[in-house]
Design a protein around this ligand. Structure first.
Ligand SMILES: [Zn+2]
Length: 271
């Protein structure tokens, strides 16, 4: 799916003006019918939009209505259309999840840094500021290991010690923490790698994590997942592979500017 072009947005303004003029120039025009027609139109748009489109489309709808000089009470600001475009309960079953994989200090400038991670995670912080409230759910997975974990070199594993429980390195990158929608019931942290004898690249590799994910995905009827995080070729890739296998009906999208990889992005670009 591509972002809406200027032409697409001009089209939306024209279509909304057509719906609006049917109401304005009809002596029997009913405001309820008008609102319903606008909502039906918004519904048709929602099938093809990505999160980044929502602010521009909301602005176009607002312009289409205000061009004919009417602003009904409930339609008096752009945010109302943003809500209609992103709030899924009222209009259809499209539900969006943002899945952020391991945005932790050790993978950024700690014991196991991924090249480009700082830039990618700062991009993600800006993305959250602009679009965080367009998601129904934001899930953050975190690596959380005991002091002696099988994935550490000293214990026969592949990696230096990282994300040890309660350490600074295990913390979420502060810029991201700052932009997570505060106190939202729909922002959650899920942990993996807590069993000393088992490594878990994907949240679905943890029995508890998989159960929690399933409860959210099924109960909330998630239909779209945008995924990002660290490292693209390790935990993001494994998480995405598991998700596609377990939930093949969901639409997936990788937020490439918010991913950094140990292999320079080669394997994540295969998706
Ligand atoms: Zn780990």
């Amino acid at each position: 799916m591509n972002k809406y072009s200027e032409d697409d947005l001009a089209n939306i303004i024209q279509n909304v003006m057509n719906i609006t003029s049917d109401y304005v120039f009809n002596p029997n025009g009913s405001v309820i019918e008008f609102e319903q027609n606008i909502c039906d139109y918004i519904n048709t748009l929602k099938d093809n939009i990505i999160v980044e489109d929502i602010p521009n489309i909301a602005q176009a709808i607002y312009e289409g209505i205000s061009n004919l000089g009417i602003i009904e009470d409930s339609f008096n600001n752009v945010d109302h259309f943003k809500n209609l475009l992103s709030d899924n309960q009222e209009l259809d079953m499209k539900k969006r999840m943002l899945l952020i994989v391991d945005p932790q200090i050790d993978f950024i400038n700690g014991s196991l840094p991924v090249p480009g991670a700082e830039e990618a995670m700062n991009n993600l912080a800006r993305y959250l500021l602009d679009f965080g409230n367009c998601y129904d759910n934001i899930l953050v997975t975190c690596d959380r290991h005991p002091l002696r974990h099988c994935s550490f070199k000293e214990f026969g594993g592949e990696w230096p010690p990282h994300c040890v429980e309660s350490s600074v390195g295990a913390s979420v990158w502060p810029a991201i923490m700052k932009e997570l929608p505060p106190f939202s019931l729909n922002t959650r942290f899920l942990y993996k790698g807590e069993n000393p004898n088992k490594d878990e690249y994907s949240i679905f590799g943890s029995e508890k994590g998989a159960r929690e994910m399933d409860a959210i995905i099924s109960k909330e009827e998630i239909s779209h997942i945008d995924i990002c995080g660290l490292a693209g070729d390790v935990c993001v890739k494994t998480t995405l592979e598991d998700a596609i296998r377990l939930y093949p009906h969901i639409h997936y999208r990788i937020l490439e500017d918010c991913v950094a990889s140990l292999d320079g992005g080669e394997s994540i670009s295969q998706f």
